[in-house]
Design a protein around this ligand. Structure first.
Ligand code: FAD
Ligand code: SF4
Ligand code: SF4
Length: 815
C-alpha cells in the first residue's frame, strides 16, 4: 500500500522536532519531503549567537546532518522556496518549479526580522538577524573592523551586540524604550543588565528613536530623532519579528497575526497543519522554542491519528545567552490591583529578585544575578501552586520552603518529575533521572547525548549536574577532585589551601604534614609543590632548583641535539642597533650556528654548548640584555604592534603599554607560561585575542582580554573588561596575573584555570575594586623578590655545577 505523503514547508527547529517525534512513534508511516528556502540542513537557530561570537562553529549546531535525512528516507529540497500551495490539487510548488503532492501538509515558515521602514533601510550593510547567512554577513563586516549599530535592545539585539563586540567591532545599541528587554524585565533588572552590557565595552543608548539610516550605497551612519548621528559600518536590525504568513494567506487559509490554528494545530484546512513561529494559537504568536516543541509533540500525535492530542498554550520564560549575564523572567510581572510584590536586593553582589503574587499564587518572576532557583519558581507559576505555607521565606527559594535546614540541592530535589529542566529542548526532570538510572549515565556529556538536556543554550547545565549528583549520590564524581599524582590523595586546591593554612614552607614539611605516600615525591608533584610554595611565601621560600625541569634549571631551552637556545628579552619586541650588534658579536664569538627571529618578537640563538652558557650570558648582560625566560612557567613575551607611534589606525600607544607591561610582569613564576600581546586597534596586528592575556586598544581606552590559547589547543580570548586608562589596564592585568598565580593548578594555562573557576567568577572578583586592589598589591609585593636576572646570578657563580662539562675518568672509559 502506498505510504501517506507528508510535505513540510520550512526546515527550522519546529518541524525538525515534529519529525523526531513522528519517527519515534510511527517509523515509516509517511513519505516525507521538505522544502527549505535556506540551502542547508536543520540546525539549532538559537545557537547562532555563539557562532557569531566565535564560541561555536556551524558544524557544532547542526541538529540533523546529511546522514539523518538518508537514514530516515527524507527528501530535502535545499535552497528551494515554496511559492504556491494548491489546496485543490494538494500540491506545493517551489520558485524553480519543483513540485510535490501531499496527503498532509505542514507549514513551518517561521518568522522574518522586522526591518523598520526608515529612509535608508535598504542600504547595503543593513541586516536582520535570523539565519546563518546573516551571521556570515556580520562576520565579513566585522573583519573590516569599524562600528556596528544594533537597533533593538531585546534578546536578539543584545546577543548580536555582544557577538560583534567579541569579533572586534565597536558597538552601539539603540533601544527605543527607557530600559533594555522591557518586555521581559522590570526597570531595576533592566538597569542592571544595561550596566553589565556596558561593562563589556558596548555603548547603550535608550530612548533612542532611529529616524534615518545614512549612506549613499552602503550604510555610513544612523541619525536619531534628536539629531544625533552615530557612525556605522554595519546596522543590525533586531527590532522584532513577524510571522511568515504570505504563502498561507495566498492559499486562502485563515490568517490573523500568524497562521490561525486550533488546539489540534490544524489550520482552517484540516489537511494542513502549521507549527512554529508562523502560528497564531488562541491569539498568541510565540517567539521562543519551548512552546514550539510542545506544539511539535501534538502534531506528531495528530499525524498518527491520535485525535485527542491537544495543544493548550504555553507559559514561557526567558534567559539571555550572554556569558556572565544571569537573568530569568517568566509570567506577568506588572503590578496592579490585587497583586503584591516580594523583592530581594543585594546591591554589593548585583543580585535582584522580584516575585509578583496574586492571592497565594506567583504570577510573575524577574531574577537578575542569581537564577539558580528559577526552575522551581517557574514550575510554581505553571502549576499555579499555593505558596501560603512558606510565603514568608518564598523569595529565598526552595532551600527555605520546607522545614529542614537549607540545602543547596533542595531546589532540584523539590522539583516534581514533570518539571521542565531544559527549556530549549523541553526535557523534564523525570526523563533525565530515568536516563541516568536506566542507561547508567555518569557525566553531563552522556546526559546531553541521551536526552538533549543542556545541549542547546546550555543555561540549564548547572541544574542537570545537580540532578546527576542527586541521582547518583555517592557515586557522583565531579571530575574536579583529582589528586595531584599517585603520591597523595589530595587535590591541587587542597594542597594549596593546606600550605597556607598550615604555614608549610618547605617541600619536606609539605610531604611530612600532608602525609605523602612516597619519601621524596615524583616528577609530577615536586615541581607543583615547589611552585605553590614560591607563590605562597614570596621572599621567604627559596626556590628548589632540583624540583624544576632542566630548561628552568639551566635558564635555557635544551634542543634535540643536546645544545641550548638562548633568548634575550626584548621589551615589547623593541630592540636597538647596539643590542643587535651585541647579539651578532656573541653569535660570532661562540660560533652559534643559527640566529632566528621568534614568533614572540625576539631573537633566538640556537645551538649553544651547555658549558658556554655562562660566558654567552655574561657578554649579553654586558650589553644590557637579560634573560627572556623563554623556558619559564611565567611571563614569556609581550608582543606589540606599532600603535600610534607609526600606524594611522592606532588608537593608543600599544608599544609603550607593551613595554610597561613586560617591565612590570617579568620574572613572575606562574602555573604555566604566560604570553601577552597589545594591539593598537581592533585590527589586532599583535594577535592579542589568542593570548593568555591580550590588550586591544580602542578609542575609548583598553579592552582587556584573557584566557586565549594558540598552541595544541586553539581558543579565542574572553573579554574581561574595558578600561579608560593605561594605569587601570596595568592594575587589572597585575590583579588577574596574581589571581591566576594563586589559584591555577600547576601546568594549567590561564584558559584552563578560567574554565575551572568560571569566567563569571573571574570577572566579578576583579570588578570588585577592593578585591582587585588586594590582588594587585600582593602581585607587586611578590615581584620585588622575583625580578632578579637569573643569567646575571649564574654569571656570578650560582649553580656553577650545572654548567661544568662532565669528565669521564680513564678507568670508566676503559670498561
Ligand atoms: C539569533 C537567534 C537567537 C535565538 N535565541 C533563542 C533562545 O535563546 N531561546 C529561544 O527559546 N529561542 C531563541 N530564538 C528563537 C528560535 O530560534 C525560534 O523560535 C525557532 O527557531 C523558530 O523555529 P521555526 O521552525 O518556527 O522557524 P525557523 O527556525 O525560523 O525556520 C523557518 C524556516 O523556514 C524557511 N522558509 C520560510 N519560508 C519558506 C518557504 N516559502 N519555502 C521554504 N522554506 C521557507 C526559512 O528559510 C527557515 O529556514 C532565537 C532566534 C534567533 C534568530
Ligand atoms: S593593531 Fe596596531 S599596527 Fe595594526 S592597525 Fe592597529 S595600530 Fe596599526
Ligand atoms: S613547532 Fe613545536 S617543536 Fe617546533 S619549535 Fe614550535 S614548539 Fe617547538
Amino acid at each position: 500500500m502506498a505510504r501517506n505523503r507528508l510535505v513540510i514547508i520550512g526546515n527550522g527547529m519546529a518541524p525538525g522536532r515534529v519529525l523526531d517525534h513522528l519517527f519515534e512513534r510511527a517509523p515509516g508511516a509517511y513519505d516525507v519531503t521538505i522544502f527549505n528556502a535556506e540551502p542547508r540542513v536543520n540546525y539549532d537557530r538559537i545557537m547562532l549567537s555563539p557562532v557569531l561570537s566565535g564560541e561555536k562553529a556551524f558544524e557544532d549546531i547542526i541538529i540533523h546532518d546529511d546522514a539523518w535525512y538518508e537514514q530516515n528516507g527524507v527528501t530535502l529540497h535545499r535552497g528551494k522556496r515554496v511559492t504556491e500551495i494548491d489546496r485543490q490539487r494538494k500540491t506545493v510548488t517551489a520558485a524553480d518549479g519543483t513540485q510535490a503532492e501531499y496527503d498532509k501538509l505542514l507549514i513551518a515558515t517561521g518568522s522574518t526580522p522586522f526591518i523598520i521602514p526608515v529612509p535608508g533601510h535598504d542600504l547595503d550593510g543593513v541586516l536582520g538577524y535570523r539565519d546563518l547567512d546573516d551571521v556570515e554577513k556580520m562576520l565579513a563586516a566585522a573583519e573590516q573592523g569599524g562600528r556596528a549599530v544594533v537597533i533593538g535592545g531585546g534578546l536578539l539585539g543584545l546577543e548580536a551586540a555582544v557577538g560583534l563586540k567579541k569579533r572586534g567591532m565597536d558597538v552601539t545599541v539603540l533601544h527605543l524604550a527607557p530600559t533594555l528587554m522591557e518586555r521581559q524585565l522590570d526597570e531595576p533588572a533592566g538597569h542592571l543588565l544595561q550596566a553589565a552590557i556596558e561593562r563589556r565595552g558596548i555603548e547603550v543608548l535608550t530612548k533612542a528613536n532611529t529616524k534615518e539610516i545614512l549612506g549613499t550605497e552602503r550604510v555610513e551612519g544612523v541619525r536619531l530623532d534628536n539629531g544625533r548621528v552615530i557612525e556605522a559600518d554595519l546596522v543590525c536590525m533586531a527590532a522584532g519579528i513577524r510571522p511568515s504568513t504570505e504563502l498561507a494567506k495566498d492559499a486562502g487559509l485563515e490568517i490573523g497575526r500568524g497562521i490561525v490554528v486550533g488546539d489540534d494545530l490544524r489550520t482552517s484546512d484540516p489537511d494542513i497543519f502549521a507549527v512554529g513561529e508562523c502560528v497564531e494559537h488562541r491569539g498568541i504568536c510565540y517567539g521562543l522554542v519551548a512552546p514550539l516543541y510542545e506544539m511539535a509533540k501534538v502534531i506528531a500525535a495528530q499525524l498518527c491519528e491520535d485525535c485527542e492530542a491537544e495543544y493548550l498554550g504555553s507559559e514561557v520564560s526567558t534567559k539571555l545567552k550572554v556569558t556572565g549575564v544571569d537573568l530569568f523572567s517568566a509570567g506577568d510581572f506588572q503590578t496592579g490591583e490585587g497583586r503584591e510584590e516580594v523583592v530581594f536586593r543585594d546591591a554589593a553582589k548585583g543580585i535582584y529578585k522580584r516575585l509578583v503574587l496574586e492571592g497565594d499564587r506567583i504570577v510573575g518572576a524577574v531574577f537578575y544575578g542569581d537564577t539558580k532557583d528559577s526552575a522551581w519558581f517557574f514550575q510554581h507559576i505553571k502549576d499555579r501552586t499555593d505558596v501560603s505555607e512558606y510565603r514568608d521565606t518564598l523569595i529565598f527559594g526552595p532551600a527555605f520552603a520546607g522545614s529542614g535546614a537549607p540545602d543547596p540541592m533542595a531546589a532540584v530535589a523539590a522539583l516534581p518529575g514533570d518539571a521542565e529542566i531544559c527549556g530549549c529542548n523541553g526535557v523534564c526532570k523525570s526523563k533525565i533521572e530515568g536516563a541516568i538510572t536506566g542507561e547508567g549515565l555518569t557525566t553531563i556529556d552522556e546526559v546531553r547525548a541521551h536526552t538533549k538536556a543542556s545541549a542547546s543554550c546550555g543555561s540549564c547545565t548547572g541544574l542537570v549536574e545537580q540532578l546527576l549528583a542527586l541521582t547518583l549520590g555517592d557515586e557522583f564524581d565531579p571530575d574536579a577532585v583529582k589528586p595531584v599524582c599517585g603520591c597523595t590523595d589530595l587535590s591541587h586546591d587542597e594542597v594549596r589551601r593546606l600550605i597556607v593554612a598550615g604555614e608549610l614552607k618547605s617541600i619536606p614539611s609539605v610531604m611530612q604534614q600532608l602525609e605523602w605516600k612516597t619519601s621524596c615525591g615524583c616528577a609530577k608533584c615536586r615541581p607543583a609543590i615547589n611552585y605553590y610554595l614560591v607563590c605562597a611565601w614570596p621572599g621567604e621560600y627559596v626556590d628548589d632548583g632540583q624540583s624544576r625541569f632542566i630548561n628552568e634549571r639551566v635558564h635555557a631551552n635544551i634542543q634535540k641535539d643536546g645544545t641550548y637556545s638562548v633568548v634575550p628579552r626584548m621589551w615589547g619586541g623593541m630592540t636597538s642597533p647596539s643590542e643587535l650588534r651585541a647579539i651578532a658579536d656573541v653569535a660570532d664569538k661562540f660560533a652559534i650556528p643559527t640566529v632566528k627571529v621568534t614568533g614572540g618578537q625576539r631573537i633566538d640563538l640556537l645551538g649553544v654548548q651547555k658549558e658556554d652558557l655562562p660566558a654567552v650570558w655574561a657578554d649579553l648582560n654586558a650589553a644590557g640584555l637579560v634573560s627572556g625566560h623563554a623556558y619559564a612557567k611565567g611571563l614569556r613575551t609581550v608582543k606589540t604592534c606599532v600603535g600610534t607611534d607609526w600606524c594611522r589606525f592606532g588608537t593608543q600607544d600599544s608599544t609603550g603599554l607593551g613595554v610597561k607591561l613586560e617591565r612590570f610582569l617579568w620574572g613572575s613564576w606562574a602555573p604555566h607560561k604566560v604570553k601577552l600581546a597589545v594591539s593598537g586597534c581592533p585590527r589586532n596586528c599583535a594577535e592579542a585575542t589568542c593570548k593568555d592575556i591580550g590588550v586591544v586598544c580602542v578609542d575609548s581606552g583598553y579592552e582587556i582580554h584573557y584566557a586565549g590559547a594558540a598552541g595544541m589547543h586553539v581558543k579565542g580570548t574572553e573579554l574581561l573588561c574595558t578600561v579608560p586608562t593605561e594605569k587601570d589596564a596595568i592594575q587589572y592585568i597585575g590583579a588577574l596575573m596574581q589571581m591566576y598565580r594563586e589559584q591555577g593548578w600547576y601546568l594549567d594555562r590561564i584558559y584552563k584555570w578560567a574554565a575551572k573557576v568560571g569566567t563569571d567568577y573571574v570577572r566579578d572578583t576583579l570588578d570588585d575594586p577592593a578585591e582587585r586592589q588586594a590582588y594587585y598589591d600582593r602581585f607587586v609585593y611578590s615581584q620585588q623578590f622575583m625580578q632578579d636576572d637569573p643569567w646575571a646570578a649564574r654569571v656570578a657563580g650560582k649553580d656553577a655545577h650545572e654548567f661544568e662539562p662532565i669528565t669521564i675518568s680513564r678507568e670508566l672509559e676503559a670498561v
